[in-house]
Design a protein around this ligand. Structure first.
Ligand SMILES: [Zn+2]
Length: 286
């Protein structure tokens, strides 16, 4: 799932490439992906792209006249920039991977795509960002939050730190992958309880959050500037590395699985060498 660093890079790419261009047409191929009715997609035609930004994991493309195309890429969504489209024929609603296509006046544009059969990508066409339910309830940005804000937010919700860190209303932008990385960098168990974290642990967690996300943004920007190819992460130390050696200590990266997700961690770095029980706490973590 694209998280803060990837969405930031997509926004950065659009700022470079699309700002100043005028929209020829906004096409909706996956009817269910568009969550708003008014204004209609035809209202975007003729407007210039004036900015692209990010709110948590939401991408926000701003058109002239305060019209926003806000997109949540969900688990398997992505944005593909095209220098040209194969055909001028509008997309037909169907079952393909393309959900939304934006054609610009220089012949280029971008597709919002979603792989797989579970269609969760959500797009909103709004003049007021507060009209997007997921955006309205976002907590402070995880990368921008200073230590007092970060500590206050984490302590405001009692729970396992993995779950609280990925709760978008507590702090926005962090998902399953980068929370694994942040907790590994902070040497904290994913099951540590937030209101029992010491000031020192919170300061370490805050520093780790900025470090991990900051580095990932930089890596993503370098990659995207060359070509938007799809989601390929590099530099991860524990996430999606079950069974491989921890690059910090050499212990084997372990996993805890849940109904539809899993987390990875290093027992030596994070839990005093003790493997986490899978069953015991799994129901408490989303
Ligand atoms: Zn380790």
């Amino acid at each position: 799932m694209p998280e803060l660093p990837e969405v930031e890079a997509l926004a950065g790419y659009l700022r470079q490439r699309a700002v100043g261009r005028r929209v020829d047409r906004l096409e909706i191929a996956a009817i269910s992906a568009l969550k708003t009715y008014e204004p209609a997609p035809t209202a975007v035609a003729g407007r210039a792209v004036v900015d692209a930004s990010r709110h948590g994991k939401f991408l926000d493309v701003l058109f002239e006249g305060d019209l926003h195309l806000v997109v949540h890429l969900a688990r398997a969504g992505w944005l593909h920039y095209r220098e040209a489209f194969p055909s001028v024929t509008p997309l037909r609603p169907g079952k393909g991977p393309i959900a939304v296509r934006v054609r610009l006046d220089d012949g280029s544009g971008f597709d919002l795509t979603e792989a797989g059969t579970q269609k969760k990508l959500a797009a909103y066409l709004v003049t007021d960002l507060a009209a997007v339910p997921g955006v309205a309830k976002l907590g402070p940005d995880a990368l921008a939050a200073d230590l007092p804000t970060f500590a206050e937010r984490l302590r405001s919700r009692r729970g396992q730190v993995k779950g609280v860190l990925t709760d978008q209303s507590v702090l926005s932008g962090v998902g399953n992958a980068y929370s694994d990385e942040i907790l590994h960098a902070a040497k904290l168990s994913p099951f540590a309880i937030t209101d029992r974290l010491t000031d020192d642990q919170l300061a370490t967690l805050h520093a780790a959050t900025r470090q991990v996300l900051g580095d990932a943004v930089e890596r993503s920007l370098e990659k995207r500037a060359a070509e938007l190819k799809g989601e390929k992460r590099s530099g991860l130390k524990v996430h999606a590395r079950t069974g491989l050696p921890c690059p910090v200590c050499g212990d084997t990266v372990r996993e805890v699985s849940f109904a539809d997700s899993s987390l990875q961690y290093c027992a030596t770095c994070q839990t005093g060498g003790k493997p986490l029980a899978d069953r015991r706490l799994s129901r408490l973590v989303r």
